[in-house]
Design a protein around this ligand. Structure first.
Ligand SMILES: C[S@@+](CC[C@H](N)C(=O)[O-])C[C@H]1O[C@@H](n2cnc3c(N)ncnc32)[C@H](O)[C@@H]1O
Length: 251
């Protein structure tokens, strides 16, 4: 499935060069920061992705944060800049989508990747989002989708993201969320305890981000939840997502 997705992206690029077709039909402009409030909202994001001719994430609800990440990246970077998907999966559609918008310097890292591979114009390599080894200020954007809830030290990640993004660049983070918290006692996924961030944890994350020079783009006070729009069937957990766009201080 992952290979098919990347082949499709590659094929689209080729088609685009030859007959001028296959490019996205427009640019998304969606909320930079906020809570996913309903199933209808992620279904709308999926329709939006389809209408734009962007590849769909295999997990429908993930089109919501993927589309928001694409929107924020397009708003704050140019296609010549380098973009990192920190904790990318082979099935992720964020970098393939940017490829379709003409971005050419795209890197995805994951603890689980083996040898470095180039797929559809994107470099995928083994890497820890807490200590990447990339040079200071070497990315226009760092995007991290549904990763920090899987055993990541939030302060270490935000410090590293702030270090490798250029001044004025963008850092986008999404994670599992429910304002009042969800009991995940005893549950383990990806080798670490399952965590669903609550309001205090997200407020803490935003405070750490400010300490390391990342300023929230949007309204931090609106962390209320309406509907448990996401269902993790494996554990029968119901919650939602929060997405946060930060801008790096121009030091
Ligand atoms: C739920 S998946 C999300 C994948 C993808 N970002 C997406 O949105 O579909 C979480 C991924 O985070 C990766 N991960 C966890 N901790 C990491 C770390 N410190 N550095 C890099 N990847 C990590 C795991 O290997 C796993 O593939």
């Amino acid at each position: 499935m992952a290979a098919a997705l990347w082949t499709r992206v590659g094929a689209r690029r080729a088609t685009e060069r030859v007959v001028g077709r296959g490019a996205p039909t427009g640019r998304p402009t969606v909320r930079a920061t906020g809570v996913l409030q309903s199933r209808e909202e992620w279904e709308r994001a999926t329709r939006n992705m389809r209408a734009l001719r962007l590849p769909l994430h295999p997990d429908g609800s993930k089109n919501w944060d993927t589309l928001a990440a694409i929107s924020s990246t397009l708003a704050h970077t140019s296609p010549a800049e380098r973009v990192l998907d920190a904790g990318a999966a082979l099935y992720s559609t964020f970098l393939p989508s940017l490829r379709l918008y003409g971005y050419t310097d795209l890197v995805g890292t994951n603890l689980e990747f083996g040898r470095r591979i180039a797929l559809g114009g994107v470099r995928l390599e083994q890497g820890d989002i807490e200590a990447t080894g990339f040079a200071d200020g070497s990315f226009g954007a760092v995007v991290c989708l549904s990763v920090i809830e899987h055993g990541v030290d939030v302060r270490a990640f935000l410090t590293e993201a702030a270090r490798i993004v250029r001044p004025g660049g963008m850092v986008f983070v999404s994670t599992d969320y429910w304002a009042g918290g969800v009991d995940t006692t005893g549950l383990v996924a990806y080798g670490t305890p399952v965590r669903i961030f609550d309001r205090a944890a997200i407020e803490g994350l935003i405070a750490i981000a400010a300490e390391v020079g990342l300023r929230l783009d949007g309204d931090a006070t609106d962390l209320d939840c309406l509907e448990r729009a996401v269902h993790w069937k494996r554990f029968d957990l119901r919650y939602t997502y929060v997405a946060l766009t930060f801008r790096a201080e121009t030091r």
